[in-house]
Ligand binder design. Structure first.
Ligand code: AP5
Length: 221
């Protein structure tokens, strides 16, 4: 690994494997993993004002208002551990979020260096989301077929119970995919225009195979 600063965005549809790859990238490159979905789920679990407002929106598979998410990310990127690089997972998701991110990074003179799009066919996305399980203790993700825990229903790392995310039901997944196509996919063209977008085809590949491709991109220009 070279010492270049990496300000990375992971882009991809729900279930593409952003969180799965983010765990590997964060460990491999010592980058803080900034997942807006995780931050919002934590706010819901804590019952904060923001969490209470976000809960219904997330349950429906829609997007939390831009100004809320932009504020959360602005605060997180200002923290000390994000000054030498960061890994954004699930943000930006709209053009307004992308433009706000560029503006806040321009103020600091630290542009986005890599936008990695993980491209996976829709039938695989649905299969992945239907089989996903999460650890209630440490948050580690599993899949009942592709990445099963050693003991059914218990986390390999901390032993806590596994659960299914409430937005991984069929109706919500369908809406999340539609919202992705309508509001987030246009960011592909936006980042192509900025010459920072690189695509990894993740269909039919296991997580470690996808990570090998991601590493090549992060080690490149
Ligand atoms: P968020 O938590 O960001 O969800 P998402 O984007 O829908 O993505 P997922 O977490 O579902 O999928 P992933 O790509 O991380 O896949 P994973 O690695 O888990 O957002 C949730 C909600 O919060 C949104 O709907 C919205 O309401 C709100 N929100 C968040 N950010 C927002 C923003 N910026 N603006 C507004 N609202 C926002 O993998 C999925 C499964 O597949 C796992 O089981 C995994 O084990 C398995 N898997 C992974 N890779 C592979 C592989 N290569 N082969 C086989 N299986 C695999």
């Amino acid at each position: 690994m070279n010492e270049t600063q990496r300000n990375v965005i992971l882009l991809g549809a729900p279930g593409a494997g952003k969180g799965t790859q983010a765990e590997r990238i964060a460990a491999g490159y010592t980058l803080p993993h900034i997942s807006t979905g995780e931050m919002l789920r934590a706010a819901v679990a804590e019952g904060t004002e923001m969490g209470l407002a976000a809960q219904k929106v997330m349950q429906a598979g829609a997007l939390v208002p831009d100004e809320v998410v932009i504020g959360v990310v602005r605060d997180r990127l200002a923290q000390a551990d994000a000054q030498k690089g960061f890994l954004l997972d699930g943000f930006p998701r709209t053009m307004e979020q992308a433009e706000s991110l560029d503006a806040m990074l321009a103020e600091d003179g630290r542009p986005v260096t890599h936008v990695i799009l993980i491209d996976v066919p829709e039938d695989e996305l649905v299969e992945r989301l239907a089989g996903r399980r999460m650890c209630a203790g440490c948050g580690k993700g599993y899949h009942v077929v592709f990445d099963p825990p050693q003991n059914e229903d218990a986390c390999d790392v901390c032993g806590a119970e596994l659960y299914q995310r409430s937005d991984d039901n069929e109706a919500t997944v369908r809406n999340r995919l539609e919202v992705y196509r309508a509001q987030t996919e246009p960011l592909v063209g936006y980042y192509e225009g900025h010459d920072v977008l690189r695509t990894v085809y993740g269909g039919g590949k296991m997580p470690d195979e996808v990570y090998a491709l991601v590493e090549q991109l992060l080690e490149g220009d």
